[in-house]
Ligand binder design. Sequence first.
Ligand code: PLP
Length: 449
Amino acid sequence: MTPEEFRKYGHETVDWIAEYMEGIRDYPVLSKVRPGELTASLPGSAPEKGETMEAILADFRRVIVPANTQWNHPRFHAYFAVGAAPEGVLAEMLSAALNVNGMLWKSSPAATELEMVTCGWLREWLGLPDEYFGMIHDTASTGVMHALAAACHAADGSRSSLVLYCTGQTHSSVEKAAAALGIGHVRKVAVDGRWRMDPAALEQAVQSDIVAELRPCCVVATVGTTAVAAIDPVKAVADVAQRHALWLHVDGAYGGPAAIVESRRGVLAGAERAQSVIVNPHKWMNVPVDCSVLYTRRPEVLRETFSLVPEYLRTAEDASAVNLMDYAVALGRRFRALKLWFVMRAWGRERMAAMIDAHCRWARELAEWIEADARFEVAAPVELSLVCFRHRGGDEAGRALMEAINGSGFAFLSHTVLDGRFVLRFAIGNHQTTREDVRAVWERIAGLA
Ligand code: PLP
């Protein structure tokens, strides 16, 4: 492609993106394709001879876009709703153009130092202590595996006798990480009536394991659990962790950014005592997927766990610069800090906080509308920007309602099961969502009910 052609197709692509963002409400949120339909519409083999950009872009619009679930849609309320702010999209284009691999400081001083700078900025926004070292991973799942690997390293000795504590509400990535790392035992600590870890039950579990000659190693507390956005009592969990020298990991992948709102800073109370904390800017901070920040106050342990430097990667700057490959399994690293930098600068703390706060307020309002409708009940306390609710007509009615709203293309909601009963989840998190969107989706749900 010549620079002239690049300009032509680049402009065309940016125009398409701008139109897509502007007209996103016209798209069905959930794709209407059936499994295999996309595959069947594409050739079985890659072309022998290169094709034109006209043909490729036309197929993108014709085949790919309709088979896409529109995660950037303001009425996407499933899982945890996310947003890719335009500033982040532009940063991704630039990052692809630079195509750096930030494995070493020398391989990209900009990527390495900007990652340190942006993680520092975010640490300040979150009110976490200065001594926390931050680095960016693709996902919280990868980040927690690194945190728990460091916890195992700090515990030393055989992994088969190590015990990790979490709850039945903890994200599945924690158990996956434990499996990958060979952690011998995962204890699901009891929760209270609001699905929060019970610190007394944690203490009891740790004591029983000590009596059984196992080795309690780490505990994961969550700020904003996946099913109901419960907030574990991190301070009380930190007390238990401190008493028994456990590695405390705080999973704030979804809920952590709420601490950017001054009046909500308390959501991360206790996290300042953790050995590691994760926050996902790609969930509630408008940064395009993927961007997850892992903080640790024990970077030296992370480094001891993962630093293994073959000769060809040794540099003269090793003593004076951070080489991020020393702190993770992956050698190659994308320039993810660029989009975080663009978004944090363009939005500023005030506007980011205002958005997050508005999402939380709309969630409370939605809960009030739900409670005011005799056919429904709110199924869990509304802590952040997620509302869990149930159709009083029973599980089948709830399921049918979810299928009807999702099938309409107007909005996309997901579900969970609480105490054996089907529950709808309405998550708010996209930067383009308005109060009117939330109201319109609720009215649609009420109408379908
Ligand atoms: N932690 C919590 C509380 C989550 O809800 C999720 C995913 O939704 C994760 C961790 C995993 O996030 P990721 O997709 O970045 O691995």
